[in-house]
Design a protein around this ligand. Structure first.
Ligand code: DEZ
Ligand code: MG
Length: 305
């Protein structure tokens, strides 16, 4: 029984008709263009085919580990043509939300980061002060002295007004305890994204939602996530790229981020690619919450003759 999602693979005329509905394609990255450091076959050619048809491409990743510049290097390393201005990641989304929406008055606008360099670089690009993150002095066991200095506040920065979590490859008890202390003192809780899994090397690893889970559990608070499916991110993208939402299609591998992002954003279309997190069983057969307009086995199917 059809779920209302059109299977395009192997149907060149249906593919051509689908592509012609849109002027802009928002592309997810992990699980669509690549898996870890390995790009899927035909990715570069498919994106060039769309550019040659006059389509505009925007790369919208929830992966907070890289800044726009670092993503540009990853595209270059895979010989995938891309302009840094086309990249819009969750760390950038969080940084502009903090600087242009929240606009906390200094000095209380400092951010405690549970994440890695991509977040720090994008906060720097918006001149937002930050602590934690890749600070090597925090990558250690917690000591008795730490308990005392956290409890007394001596180890806390009085200017921290926000705790921001992302995918953190160096989570530990000390860093979670510092995040908890800031939240208990009233800091705002934000996340670049809360994807539970990271598709890489054609399997799944813990995602940002998994590395921030200990702080969510300990603090009893849920962060405001600023990556997909957040419509704050969609609004920022619309503003920057002057989108015509009805002529825009979101292409992704994950139903509860990419496809939900496109549907809730009122985009003209959504396309699921089956090379990442979500499977056909997750949206076919009726009664499913999030159903893409169409789906393909892999991105390169869009360029197949
Ligand atoms: O855990 C994460 O951060 C995400 O799984 C991952 O990085 C998603 O990246 P995207 O598929 O949005 O490019
Ligand atoms: Mg993805």
């Amino acid at each position: 029984m059809s779920s209302g999602s059109q299977y395009l693979t192997g149907d060149p005329s249906a593919i051509a008709e689908f592509i012609e509905k849109f002027d802009t394609f928002l592309f997810d990255c992990d699980g669509v263009l690549w898996s870890g450091s390995q790009s899927f076959e035909g990715t570069a050619e498919t994106l060039e085919m769309l550019r040659n048809k006059g389509k505009r491409l925007v790369f919208v990743s929830n992966n907070s580990t890289k800044s726009r510049e670092e993503y540009k290097k990853k595209f270059d390393s895979m010989n995938i043509n891309c302009n840094v201005e086309e990249i819009f990641g969750s760390s950038y989304s969080a940084a502009i939300y903090i600087s242009r929406k929240l606009r906390l008055s200094p000095p209380k606008n400092k951010v405690y980061v549970l994440g890695v360099a991509g977040i720090e670089t994008e906060l720097d690009s918006e001149s937002i002060p930050h602590v934690g993150g890749t600070d090597e002095s925090l990558r250690r066991e917690m000591t008795g002295d730490d308990y005392e200095k956290i409890a007394s506040g001596e180890m806390l920065d009085p200017d921290v007004g926000i705790v921001l979590t992302g995918l953190d490859f160096h989570v530990n008890y000390l860093k979670i305890s510092l995040g908890m202390a800031y939240l208990r003192r009233g800091a705002m809780f934000l996340a670049t994204n809360i994807d539970t899994t990271l598709p890489s090397n054609k399997t799944l690893f813990p995602g940002a939602g998994a590395t921030s889970a200990p702080l969510i559990a300990a603090s009893g608070k849920e962060p405001l996530a600023l990556g997909k499916p957040s419509q704050a991110m969609m609004d920022a993208i619309e503003g920057k790229f002057k989108l015509d939402r009805k002529r825009t299609c979101m292409v992704g591998d994950r139903l509860n981020t990419d496809i939900q992002f496109g549907i809730e954003g009122g985009l003209g279309g959504t396309l699921l690619v089956l090379t990442g997190v979500s499977t056909k069983e997750d949206f076919l057969g009726g009664g499913k919450e999030v159903v893409p307009m169409a789906y393909v086995d892999k991105l390169a199917d869009l360029a197949s003759k």
